[in-house]
Design a protein around this ligand. Structure first.
Ligand code: SAH
Length: 265
């Protein structure tokens, strides 16, 4: 009898250990962490320089930098450019870590007449400007079926307010805007398309990742905000402007993120 109980005890213990190993493979660490994501290396360089990285974790070709930044537990990750890779990176991040909120930081093209080079736009909401139907008259925008009815994904209002306040303290209120950011799988370098983005979406900035990240955050119910410094005006001069200003603009967004982290609970 005692032998049987002993065997049962060993069996149950092995089962528990096995389950723990499986769980550890899916969720790396049980601590809550703030996710910080960008599309490109130059958008996370300043963050990595200032962070204490405890370890790096590579999943599906994406490197997660796990550590602390400005006193907070963070995972910093570069997803890659465009809606596909940014959505994949967001899902991988959420599946692997216990993420409390996500801050996306980077550069964008200014769309509203107000937003000038190196101004900051804090997204209040995001929409995929290239979604829809192609018919004989061309592209007809429609909201994606699996999303908010009007197609506009809302950012977390507390994160938006904190990002706005921090950005305004950093570069002055006149250079910071809250508004709609539009995303698509195209680098926009056309004044006529900028007009369309203004008229159709009342957009402040355009980029290539925010709305797809937002779609995944909505599915996982994780609060998020997108912070973008303007590297260009998405017009005919956008390519040259982007090449000249991308580093400065990327660093400026990162500086805002670091100040924000210091003020987060
Ligand atoms: N030339 C680069 C591509 C950069 S794409 C290369 O091939 O390496 C531009 C990046 O900056 C994207 O991550 C996008 O989110 C942002 N961006 C800046 N200005 C933009 C614009 N005018 N249109 C779309 N995305 C823009």
């Amino acid at each position: 009898m005692i032998k049987k109980i002993g065997l049962l005890f060993v069996f149950v213990s092995c089962l528990l250990i096995f389950q723990c190993v499986l769980a550890a493979e899916n969720v790396a660490g049980s601590e809550k962490r703030i996710g910080i994501m960008s599309a490109m290396d130059n958008e996370i360089n300043l963050l990595l320089t200032n962070a204490d990285i405890e370890y790096e974790d590579k999943v599906g070709g994406i490197t997660f930098h796990v550590g602390t930044l400005c006193g907070k537990n963070v995972v910093i990750v570069r997803s890659g450019i465009g809606k596909v890779l940014s959505a994949a990176g967001t899902a991988a991040l959420f599946n692997r870590y216990d993420i409390s909120e996500l801050i996306f930081t980077g550069v964008a093209g200014g769309v509203s007449d107000e937003t000038q080079l190196l101004d900051i736009v804090i997204a209040t909401d995001l929409v995929q400007h290239d979604y829809g139907t192609i018919d004989s008259s061309g592209h007809v925008w429609t909201p994606p079926y699996d999303g908010p009815e009007d197609g506009f994904f809302q950012c977390d209002s507390s994160l938006v307010d904190l990002a706005y306040k921090t950005a305004a303290e950093t570069i002055g209120e006149d250079h910071v805007f809250k508004g709609t950011v539009v995303s698509g799988d195209q680098f926009v370098s056309s004044s006529s398309y900028v007009k369309l983005l203004q008229e159709r979406f009342d957009a402040y900035a355009c980029e290539m990742e925010g709305a797809s990240v937002a779609a995944v955050c909505r599915q996982y119910e994780i609060p998020f905000v997108v912070i973008r410094t303007m590297s260009d005006k998405a017009d005919g001069l956008a390519v040259e402007s982007y090449e000249n200003w991308v580093e400065t603009a990327a660093d400026q967004s990162s500086s805002v993120v670091m100040k924000m982290l210091k003020e987060m609970d």
